[in-house]
Ligand binder design. Structure first.
Ligand code: PHE
Ligand code: ZN
Length: 848
């Protein structure tokens, strides 16, 4: 399979001044007429090679003259027009079959709605084009379809004209005045419901805002609308960026491979990130919608107006936009909780990826399928890299620097080096050593040694730089390290931001009365792993003012305690004691809920030499029971104090729910009648979806007769709400009960389940593949089942299949028994006929 390399980048040989598209949408086929004005940029190029995938060419014209087969060549993925002049108009008429498109790339149908997904390389499945992000052009699009079936016809930009004269068909022409790459093209046609609003920009422009959805779901769009307006205001205040078209449209569709897509003026969303009401959406759903709506909106400047030169630059727009949406969420909600959630996500997904055979720098060097590089490394680690730049520059210089970036590169397709240039230009900072973050993979470690002598405290730091996937050594990293020194009362003696850049660093602090306690990597100022022996975690938990370090210390103490249990030791009473201390603290409730969470299976797994899950969850169970029985009364009190039946969506109620549900989960370790009853009552009486699904999940995982009753009740209530059914499938797929795999297999025949809908596949099969107990069961059935699914789904939707294959990334690090089992299954998958390049790339890397 062909591998694409960054080092092979060459500039486009042609530019396209304008694109004029007409879509004739029919049930069985769509004809696309595409008129493009080309100019040759490289005189040595005689022919024009366009990207074209699975297209049926009907007609081809140069400057209005039809040309025949002697003038062009159609190959696998291209259309080459021979001997073209210096500038010319090319008109292509081609036919596509959206109703047969199950990959969900290009033009496809989600239910009865026509929609598109073109990032990164979907546009070539619509019409022949220079389908690369550094070719930017102005698009005019006319969509024609049956009036009754498709009353709503949308594309990018502003609405220019309606064509009502074609009897049962009608059409609309859209003009997007901003130059854009083809991956931002979008089209939607359907019988859609909508809600509308407006927003007035800082400079007084009135923008029409619309959110479209399936008829009947309109009332679920208000939270998304509110979030959009919050995002528009935030970007004006924080970055001085205003919206630049008359209309902003968002469309929610059920079949979508990812979360959402930032198409210019016409965002297309997975309905999971738009639709919410108190009866059907959990608190996490509300937060997710706010952040994804903002993320796509922020792309208008970081991604659309300034885009990527090539796909190796993906983190240019994604890392930056994730950083922007994280800051937005931190500003609108609890910033301490947001930061912890960001780091938790990074560690659970990105650190695992960084320690696997698919590890890659945030700017990869090569790919087989670009679809495989929409990773937590490019996104979340990319955001950490921008955050470090923000820390290094400081708020004021960072704003200056982004102003320069927008000023200098507006309307262009640029590289991460261009971005870094703007950052240096504004601050005078030399970022050349910092660039390693873009080109090196793996998670750096930092070994900490302390020394105290005669009033002088010495901090010795040693970088442990990971090797690449092929075992090559890499260079030290450059990063800001926020630290503080605390006295024996826990008071801050000093705090500062150190710069770590060499393999070895030494910092000394004199004039101290006693050895201070170190508080290191505050706020998680760098995405690294700190290794330090003999830390007094309970001291930091009690005294550190830094909300992140308090959390970090609680987690680290939990890890230490769990690992000693795994080594056969008794539970450390000091941990139990400091947990009790946390219960009494008067803190933000969501933050407190995080402090009370035990380290995840993933956290412990990442520290194992040879991964084995059983000892991990046995230790977790043991510790949970000890905590729950020691603090039963206190926990019950906390539960009652914070339990409310109503379901308000505001930070106070959400905080109460997250604390109360954390407490309920801890108590559930006891598996007593009393706790089962409490959970059952919560399931029955609460008006909030979070309360309901958490109760359902707990009931599923303890011995309770009510669990089956609750499950059928839930099913009957929500079987017509696919988004809610995702939660149902997830709970069952994540279950620790005996027989989970049989139930998961049976659920594939449930009338609600549909293998063509990515959300459903993710919540049933994807969640099962993260069920440590059953996926990794030592009879090998879990692996065999997921391997089978990869093979079948690969034929339908390769992107979904390669996503599932990611569950096997643990291969090289797992114990021998499981390793042998995985190997057998992966070899079976990779020898399948016609495997997609997506799935091939992931599995071949894992096996290597
Ligand atoms: N660019 C989208 C985002 O991050 C993600 C995406 C990529 C969606 C590829 C679909 C396909 O917002
Ligand atoms: Zn994005």
């Amino acid at each position: 399979m062909k591998e694409i390399y960054l080092r092979d980048y060459v500039k486009p040989a042609f530019s396209i001044e304008s694109v004029n598209l007409t879509f004739e949408l029919e049930e069985e086929q769509t004809d696309v007429t595409n008129v493009m004005k080309f100019t040759k940029l490289d005189e040595t190029q005689k022919h024009l090679r366009l990207d074209a995938m699975d297209l049926e060419l009907l007609k081809l014209y140069i400057n209005d003259l039809e040309i025949d087969e002697s003038r062009y060549i159609i190959e696998n993925e291209s259309l080459t027009v021979l001997n073209v002049p210096a500038s010319f108009t090319l008109k292509v008429v081609n036919r596509i079959y959206p109703h047969k498109n199950s990959e969900l790339e290009g033009l496809y149908k989600s239910g009865s709605i026509f929609c598109t997904q073109n990032e990164p390389e979907g546009f070539r499945r619509i019409t022949p084009y220079l389908d690369r992000p550094d070719v930017m052009s102005v698009f005019t699009t006319t969509v024609v379809a049956n009036r009754e079936k498709y009353p709503v016809l949308l594309s990018n930009g502003n609405k220019a004209q309606c064509h009502d004269s074609f009897d049962e068909r009608h059409g609309v022409t859209w003009v997007d005045p901003h130059k854009k790459p083809s991956y931002l093209f979008a089209l939607v046609a359907g019988d859609l419901g909508s809600i509308s609003d407006e927003y007035t920009t800082a400079s007084g422009e009135r923008i029409e805002l619309n959110i479209y959805c399936d008829l009947g779901n309109e009332s679920k769009c208000y939270h998304a609308m509110k979030s959009l307006k919050e995002a528009m205001l935030w970007d004006e205040e924080k970055y001085g960026r205003e919206y630049d078209l008359e209309i902003y449209n968002i469309v929610a569709v059920d079949s979508f491979n990812m979360g959402a897509m930032e198409n210019k003026g016409l965002n297309i969303f997975n309905s999971a990130y738009v639709l919410a009401d108190t009866d059907t959406a959990s608190d996490a759903n509300y937060m997710g919608i706010q952040s994804v709506i903002a993320h796509e909106y922020f792309h208008n400047w970081t991604g659309n107006r300034i885009t990527c030169r090539d796909w190796f630059q993906l983190t240019l727009k994604e890392g930056l936009t994730v950083f922007r949406d994280q800051c937005f969420s931190a500003d609108l909600n609890s910033s301490e909780v947001q930061r912890i959630e960001d780091v938790k996500g990074l560690r659970e997904r990105q650190f695992v990826e960084d320690a696997s055979p698919t590890a890659h720098p945030i700017q990869p060097k090569s790919y087989i399928s670009m679809n495989n590089f929409y990773t937590s490394t490019v996104y979340e680690k990319g955001a950490e890299v921008i955050r470090m730049i923000h820390t290094l520059l400081g708020e004021e210089n960072y704003r200056k620097a982004t102003d320069i970036y927008f000023e200098e590169f507006d309307g262009q397709a640029v590289t991460t080096d261009d971005f870094l240039w703007a950052m240096s230009e504004a601050s005078g900072l030399d970022l050349s050593a910092f660039k390693n973050w873009y080109h090196q993979s793996g998670t750096p470690k930092l070994k900490v040694d302390e020394n105290f002598e005669k009033g002088v405290y010495t901090l010795n730091l040693t970088q442990i730089v990971p090797t690449t996937v092929d075992g090559k050594t890499q260079n030290p990293f450059y990063y800001p390290l926020k630290i503080a020194l605390l006295d024996d009362q826990g008071k801050e003696i000093l705090h500062e931001t150190l710069i770590v850049s060499k393999m070895q660093e030494e910092f000394t602090y004199g004039g101290l009365k006693a050895k201070p306690t170190l508080s290191i990597n505050r706020d998680f100022s760098a995405p690294i792993v700190v290794e330090q022996e003999g830390v007094d975690f309970s001291f930091l938990m009690k005294h550190d003012k830094n909300s992140f370090i308090k959390y970090e210390a609680a987690q680290a103490f939990g890890v230490e305690t769990l690992e000693s249990i795994m080594n056969g030791e008794d539970i450390n009473p000091a941990f139990i004691e400091s947990f009790g201390h946390l219960l009494d603290l008067d803190l933000d409730l969501s933050y407190k809920a995080l402090l009370l969470e035990l380290p995840s299976v993933s956290t412990l797994m990442q520290r194992q030499e040879k991964v084995d899950f059983e000892p991990i969850y046995e230790a977790k169970e043991k510790l949970s029971i000890a905590l729950a029985s020691t603090y039963k009364e206190k926990l019950l009190k906390l539960y009652t104090a914070h339990h409310e039946v109503h379901a308000a969506i505001n930070s106070i109620s959400m905080g109460k729910r997250s604390l109360k549900n954390r407490v309920l989960r801890i108590l559930s370790a006891l598996e007593t009648e009393e706790i089962a009853l409490l959970t059952q009552t919560q399931y029955k009486s609460s008006k909030s979806m979070s309360d309901r699904v958490i109760a359902l999940d707990i009931l599923e995982n303890i011995h309770s007769n009510f669990s089956q009753v609750a499950l059928s009740d839930f099913y009957n209530k929500y079987k017509d709400e696919t988004l809610v059914m995702n939660k149902y499938f997830s709970i069952l797929a994540a279950s620790n009960r005996v027989g989970t795999i049989d139930r998961v297999q049976a659920l594939q025949n449930d009338p609600v389940y549909d293998e063509k809908v990515p959300n459903l596949v993710r919540s049933l099969i994807g969640v099962f593949a993260r069920n440590y107990k059953h996926f990794h069961s030592k009879d090998g059935h879990g692996y065999a089942f997921v391997a089978d699914k990869i093979i079948t789904i690969d034929k339908i939707n390769p992107q979904m299949a390669s996503g599932l294959a990611g569950a096997f990334k643990i291969y090289s690090r797992i114990n021998e028994t499981n390793k042998t089992l995985i190997e057998k299954e992966l070899k079976r998958v990779i020898s399948t006929q016609d495997l997609s390049k997506n799935t091939f790339e992931i599995i071949s890397k894992i096996l290597k």
